[in-house]
Design a protein around this ligand. Structure first.
Ligand SMILES: O=C(CO)[C@@H](O)[C@H](O)[C@H](O)[C@H](O)COP(=O)(O)O
Ligand SMILES: [Zn+2]
Length: 194
């Protein structure tokens, strides 16, 4: 019974990855180009998310700054979900929905990219970060699911929306990680060749 349930989760995750390949290949490719444009012009990527997506933001930054699969110089990226003093000070003194927006205001420069990760598309701190990024003339790459929630209404022309076609948070996160690896791979291939 439990084993059947576990096996079904593997199947569901694999099915979703096949379905997502159909609809996400183009926006993921567009997002890779946005990231490449930023880092080859001296820009950086600021990443954010809540819960599992905070972990995804860190995972992305680790592979940009450290390395992905091949040796290359580090690429400029920062996860905004890691500094507990910053997060608690802003959350405590302002509001939790400002924890990322304040960091974008402090660190963002025109031409930088905000990688905004939210499975529901409705987390207030992510929506505030998107607004702050636009005020800094940054481009936004948004990873969402569940139809994107409020994210599509918050994006500008030139931003990229990668919306996983599923309603379950865990399954969406599993595809977000695949998307992050696709972005790292695409950037590496563009910089280093096949
Ligand atoms: O990882 C999980 C569930 O798999 C949770 O920690 C989940 O990330 C949290 O509930 C988040 O607060 C959800 O936020 P969001 O993806 O809707 O923006
Ligand atoms: Zn990885």
């Amino acid at each position: 019974m439990l084993e059947q349930r576990i096996q079904q989760q593997f199947f569901d995750s694999a099915d979703l990855k096949y379905a997502a390949a159909e609809v996400l290949t183009r926006p993921v490719s567009d997002a890779a180009q946005v990231l490449l444009n930023a880092i080859t012009s001296g820009g950086k990527v600021l990443a954010c998310g809540n819960g599992g997506s905070a972990g995804d933001a860190q995972h992305f930054a680790a592979e940009f700054v450290g390395r992905f699969e091949r040796e290359r110089p580090g690429l400029a990226a920062l996860s905004m979900s890691t500094d507990t003093s910053i997060l608690t000070a802003i959350g405590n003194d302002y509001a939790f929905d400002q924890i990322y927006a304040k960091q974008v205001q402090a660190l963002g420069q025109p031409g930088d990219v905000l990688l905004a990760i939210t499975t529901s598309g409705n987390s207030a701190n992510i929506l505030e970060a998107i607004d702050a990024a636009h005020q800094k003339d940054m481009v936004v790459v948004a990873l969402t699911g569940k139809g994107g929630g409020k994210v599509p209404g918050a994006l500008n022309e030139g931003d990229i929306h990668i919306c996983v076609p599923h309603d379950r948070t865990a399954r969406i996160q599993e595809v977000h990680l695949l998307v992050i690896h696709c972005l790292c791979d695409a950037v590496d291939v563009s910089l280093l060749g096949e």
